[in-house]
Design a protein around this ligand. Sequence first.
Ligand code: CMP
Length: 236
Amino acid sequence: MSADPDERERLLARFGRRFDAGSIIFRDDEPATEAFLVQEGRVRLFKQIGAMERSLRVVRPGEVFGESALLRGSTRSATAIALDAVVAVGFDTTTFDEILVFAPEVGTRVAQQLIRRLRDAEDQIEILMVRDAQSKVVVALMKLAQHRGVGGDGRPQALELTPLELSAQVGLDVDSVKRIVLGLRESGYLRVQDERIEIPDIEALRELYGLLGVKDQLRGGTGREAGRPRALSRGA
Ligand code: CMP
């Protein structure tokens, strides 16, 4: 949102919404009335599939969620729960027009995030087309690293990503994802500290991805088959 603290206060005074930690902000399938730009706290978006919950994303300050509300007559595609005490700017189609007049950068932010979501969805299609579990994780990390770019020191920026978020990206359970990440770390492809994953050499990861596909074909597979992750050392 605006870097100007007065403008921020004005926006929050008119459109600010507060949610207690643990409260449900909205539920899947409800009519979508407001979109939100998070200012403080984190929100988890998930889908209930039978008895299971599938996490889609954790939304952090500066990020938008609930954008279906900007299409009249839509319903929610997921449930949103506040992980912390959350402060957000809430807007519908009418108030969005108003916000655009005095804080146009909010519109830019919303547009940028929707473009990012579209790109993520395209990445997700590619990840889903890959069937081998290790290849799924490798391609997901490659895509995330490519989009993150390099930092001021010219080195690739570390990804800040929990095993839960990575598991939502690749559609595998958290334990499998942790096991694969551990294997990649032991083989030197990744550095992991707390919830930060660093890829020291993206080219090496790309080579591994190619190699996993070739190995699969040599084994007689038709593509990247689902299966147990294999321990691969760099240069293997
Ligand atoms: P909306 O449909 O209004 O409410 C649920 C929100 O979850 C949705 O808007 C998006 O902001 C978000 N959402 C839904 N599906 C996904 C997904 N696959 N990945 C990330 N975010 C999602």
